[in-house]
Each structure stands twice: as structure tokens, then as C-alpha cells.
Write a protein that binds this ligand. Structure first.
Ligand code: ZN
Length: 439
């Protein structure tokens, strides 16, 4: 039976969490967006870890009600004061430019400049992260202190960006399992220098993919690294025929902060992944939260749109908008910790492992109880459980293994831990008393 070894494949000297943090550190400086070379560079680095397939979807491609936008790239941007000094410089932080900003290079009055500045009065040293993907605009994001220091009557502004026909870039990685049924794991790749909001997801998901590809799985696993919203819409539009294979999915985001976990149920609310994710989170800590689906947030919005209605939830630590550093320059490499990243990896893997092991068995000796003693099962202890409890687990499993109840169903009905039921099933299968229902 597969057990999760949390330290497998950890290279010399670094814990898995430290490796994940180091990976986020490498990706941090890159200026990503929903399209462009920053995404390509990010995926090129990711491809050194796992053999992803990189896809390009041309600008102008119709994807349901949307159109793949023009590709955005940027080389530099600044605001110069009357002495020629760069008072705001994209080289210091890629958050300084309104993401998807149109190009500009001219003198502007302070009044005009101010109408294109974004800042946070409540956090005077933080730069906000702002985007304008679908409305052509130019702008800068600055700290409130920088904003207050702008007093010259005229400034030179330069945003050396291009918006032109190109493509939307995403990556996919598929691990075939024993069945064609798939588990979809999706994470977004479109945020620039923000650590928790998207780099934590990319790091944790890549580690999960790397672990799952090295073990034998019942389900097939599909990982997609896509820009938020337009990426999920594009992927669904281009893969509509494959969607029928998706049995479950999780949208991974915000996995590096110190907060507890929040699982947002799928729109269908009571699917196997919803129940198992809730079980794992509650078993781990009473501080973890389970919340109902709502049609906002990350890409579960698209996967759970009524035309797809997939069993896809979202598992994050502190939810979006609920930590002060969200979408600011303080969502940085100090906000995310190696320990949190590692724990997120463990939680994901625990949920996925449980789903993978949640088989519906059939009792091969259903007429009266089989004699456990003659099969050597009567005095077995299951793991750390005492003999008597383990006997009950054997009896419950035999009694409910009718082909319709999964091991999780049996654990729920018997009020026993999933792990104990799973161990009982493993022992019963070993002596031929259970057989796997072939799906
Ligand atoms: Zn975000």
C-alpha cells in the first residue's frame, strides 16, 4: 500500500519546504502577466523540474465568450523628475507598472500623472498590484510616500511596453494512471513579483507533480499552469472533449503564508473530493475552514461554471483578500515560509493519496461472516490501533464492502479513521476476502 513519504527525493541539505521556497525565490523577479515572455521564462524554469508541455494559443482565438488578448511585453518603465532623476523605476519593482499598461513616452503634468497613479494610503510603504487587461490604459503603482513626494509641475513618463499579436502561453503535464479518470490540479501563473499569490501555488503544485510521477497511481493526473481566468477559459475551450474524463480537481493558490487552510467546496458541494478534503483538513486542525462555493475567486469559477460543473474545489491557506499583504509588494518572499509550503504540499498529497486509495471493494464471502481466525486476521493490530478496534474495522469493511461503498464511506458510517479502514481493507484484500470493483 502506498504511503506518503514526505522526505523522499529531497536533495542534500535542504528540506522540501526550503526547496520550494528556493524555487519561488528564483521565479520571484520575473515580470509575469496573462501573456508574454515572463510567463515563458517561468515555464522554461519549471520545465527543468518536471517535463511539462508548453502550449501557445494565438491572440485573437475565440474561447467561448472571450478572445485571447494581444500579447504584452515590457522592457523598462520610469517616471523622471525635472532634474532627470528616475523617481519611480520598473527596475526596482515590476509592480510599479500597471500590468498590461499601454506604451507611453512623453512629458505629463503632475495633474495628469496623478490620474494614472495607484497607491495605498493605509500602507504608505507598499506598492499595490494593479492590472488593466481588458481596458487600454497606462499607469504606475507607487507607494503613498512616493506619491506624496511627487511635487514637480511636469514629469517624463516612459513605459516601454508592447501590445501586439502573439499568443497566450500555458503548460500542461499529464501523468497516466490505471484508469482514464483524471484528477485536475490547476494553478495560475500570471502574477509578477508576488510570492504567496501564485508563486507558492506554482512551487507546491510542481512538487506534487514530481512526487506523483514517481509512484503508481489509480487515477490519471493532469496539471495545468495557466494564467488566471483567461487561461482556464482557454484551456476549457480547447479541451472540451477531455473534460468528461475529469473526476475531481483542485485549484491551488495562496499556499505559502502562515495562516491555516481553507477549502472551498465545488459547486456540487458534496462530491468525494469535497468530503475528503474536509475530512483531511478537520483531522489536521480545528482551525482549518471549509466554506461553500461562491462564483468568485480563482479558476474554480470557470471549472464550476454551469456548463461544466466539475467537482473542482479550491484549497488555499488564508483566502484571497483576507491578508493585508494581498496584491501588494509585501506579498513577498518573507510572507511565505518553507514550513508553510511544505505543510501545503503534505496536505495536498494527503488528500490526493486518500482519493487515489478510496476504492469500492466487494466482499468475496458475503454470506455470513468469514472466519477471520483461520486466515490469521483475528489477533492483528492495525498500525497503532488496538486489536479490538482493528477487529471492528475488519467487520465494518467486510459488512459494507458491497461494491457501492468506498473506504471513505465505510469510515464515515463506522465512525472510524480512514487510515484504519484502509489498513483493514489492505489486510482483507491480502487474504482474498475483498476484490476491487473494476470501473
Ligand atoms: Zn491575485
Amino acid at each position: 500500500m502506498t504511503t506518503v513519504s514526505l522526505n523522499e527525493d529531497v536533495s542534500a541539505g535542504l528540506t522540501r519546504g526550503e526547496q520550494l521556497h528556493a524555487f519561488a525565490t528564483v521565479l520571484f523577479p520575473i515580470c509575469r502577466s496573462i501573456t508574454g515572455n515572463g510567463v515563458r521564462e517561468t515555464l522554461r524554469i519549471l520545465a527543468e523540474k518536471i517535463p511539462i508541455e508548453i502550449k501557445e494559443v494565438p491572440s485573437g482565438t475565440q474561447v467561448f465568450d472571450w478572445v485571447v488578448p494581444q500579447e504584452w511585453n515590457i522592457t523598462e518603465a520610469y517616471i523622471k523628475d525635472s532634474t532627470g532623476k528616475r523617481v519611480i523605476d520598473f527596475a526596482n519593482s515590476n509592480l510599479h507598472v500597471l500590468n498590461y499598461s499601454t506604451p507611453i513616452h512623453r512629458q505629463v503634468t503632475l495633474e495628469e500623472l496623478r490620474s494614472h497613479l495607484h497607491y495605498l494610503e493605509d500602507h504608505p510603504d507598499w506598492i499595490p498590484y494593479k492590472t488593466s487587461y481588458y481596458k487600454e490604459d497606462w499607469g504606475f503603482c507607487v507607494t503613498y510616500n512616493q506619491y506624496k513626494a511627487l511635487t514637480d509641475p511636469v514629469y517624463e513618463v516612459c513605459i516601454a511596453s508592447t501590445l501586439s499579436k502573439g499568443s497566450l502561453t500555458y503548460a500542461e503535464y499529464f501523468i497516466p494512471g490505471d484508469t482514464q479518470e483524471e484528477v485536475l490540479i490547476s494553478t495560475h501563473t500570471c502574477h509578477p513579483s508576488l510570492a504567496n499569490d501564485n508563486l507558492s501555488g506554482i512551487a507546491v503544485v510542481s512538487a506534487i507533480a514530481d512526487t506523483l510521477r514517481k509512484r503508481k497511481n489509480r487515477y490519471s493526473y493532469r496539471f495545468i499552469f495557466i494564467p488566471g481566468t483567461i487561461g482556464a477559459i482557454t484551456w476549457l475551450a480547447q479541451n472540451e472533449q477531455r473534460v468528461r474524463h475529469i473526476k475531481f480537481g483542485i485549484v491551488a493558490s495562496l499556499l505559502g503564508d502562515r495562516g491555516s487552510f481553507t477549502y472551498k467546496r465545488s459547486r456540487r458541494a458534496n462530491t468525494e473530493i469535497d468530503l475528503i478534503a474536509a475530512y483531511v483538513l478537520k483531522q489536521r486542525s480545528e482551525h482549518n475552514k471549509i466554506i461553500d462555493f461562491f462564483p468568485y475567486g480563482y479558476d474554480e469559477r470557470q471549472f464550476c461554471s454551469p456548463g461544466f460543473n466539475l467537482a473542482v474545489g479550491n484549497l488555499s491557506r488564508t483566502p484571497f483578500g483576507q491578508y493585508p499583504e494581498y496584491h501588494t509588494s509585501n506579498d513577498n518572499l518573507e510572507l511565505i515560509t518553507a514550513a508553510s509550503l511544505e505543510e501545503s504540499y503534505e496536505v495536498y498529497l494527503q488528500i490526493l493519496t486518500m482519493l487515489d486509495q478510496n476504492v469500492c471493494y466487494v466482499n468475496t464471502n458475503p454470506k455470513c461472516e468469514p472466519q477471520l481466525g483461520k486466515r490469521g486476521l483475528y489477533s492483528l493490530r492495525g498500525g497503532t490501533n488496538d486489536t479490538k478496534a482493528f477487529q471492528m474495522a475488519l467487520l465494518w469493511t467486510l459488512n459494507l464492502a458491497s461494491g457501492e461503498n468506498s473506504l471513505f464511506d465505510i469510515a464515515q458510517r463506522s465512525h472510524m479513521d480512514f487510515e484504519v479502514i484502509r489498513e483493514a481493507a489492505f489486510q482483507l484484500k491480502g487474504v482474498g476476502l475483498l476484490t476491487e470493483e473494476k470501473t
